[in-house]
Design a protein. Structure first.
Length: 223
């Protein structure tokens, strides 16, 4: 009973030290940057959140949905084709400038178009290398998507307002990294101090988000 009591006290103390960090990511003009991935590193002792080890991405209306997916190391990512025509999935590590680092090492497979009344064609891959991955399709060159395999348990995709809330961070110093599909080079990390009652920080990047273009033959653009 005594051991149980002290275990409960220690757990309560650890929980009390956990705090939230709200990060607002801005583009080079000071405007909110949608779809930015926020990664936070902390060397302070404390509990770590469980990584995301499963995710699903659909090919729908000539798009990868969601356009950006954030998972943990070793995650299983499932792909399904909800369109009535065939798609490829080209999956490879992404380098600077939004291109594949080594096209010869990419994973590629084809998913048949969906037939009414039948399940969608699916396949899955396990991602064991951290970093950003680019998704594409041989048949429809305008299709682009991204997967970020995080090397930290605190990783979150920001919203349209540029904000991401990272939960369960230990009180103390931490380092914030930003990834975005339109970045040309990696930005320098930002050092922050996480307070016991939570903290907030705005980070202005040098990223200029690319203007979305209408994909050729895409009747769903803007939908």
């Amino acid at each position: 009973m005594r051991a149980t009591f002290f275990s409960a006290v220690l757990m309560a103390a650890a929980a009390a030290q956990a705090a939230d960090l709200t990060v607002t990511v801005l583009d080079r003009n000071g405007k909110p940057l949608p779809d930015a991935v926020v990664l936070v590193d902390s060397s302070v002792q404390g509990a770590r959140p469980a990584p995301v080890l499963e995710a699903s991405i659909a090919q729908e209306k000539l798009r990868f949905v969601p356009a950006v997916t954030v998972v943990g190391l070793g995650a299983k990512v499932s792909f399904s084709n909800l369109d009535s025509w065939d798609h490829h999935v080209i999956l490879g590590v992404m380098g600077a400038g939004g291109v594949y680092v080594d096209p010869g090492q990419n994973t590629q497979f084809r998913l048949a178009g969906r037939v009414s009344g039948k399940p969608a064609a699916t396949d899955s891959k396990v991602l064991n290398q951290p970093g950003a991955y680019l998704l594409g399709c041989h048949i429809h060159g305008s299709m682009r998507g991204h997967i970020v395999v995080a090397d930290t348990p605190w990783a979150k995709l920001g919203g349209e307002d540029g904000k991401a809330v990272l939960q369960g961070l230990p009180e103390g110093p931490a380092r914030v990294r930003i990834w975005h599909a339109d970045q040309l080079v990696d930005g320098a990390p930002t050092t922050v101090q996480v307070a016991a009652n939570g903290s907030a920080v705005s980070i202005t990047t040098q990223i200029s988000p690319a203007r979305k273009k209408r994909p050729a033959g895409d009747p769903y653009f803007g939908g």
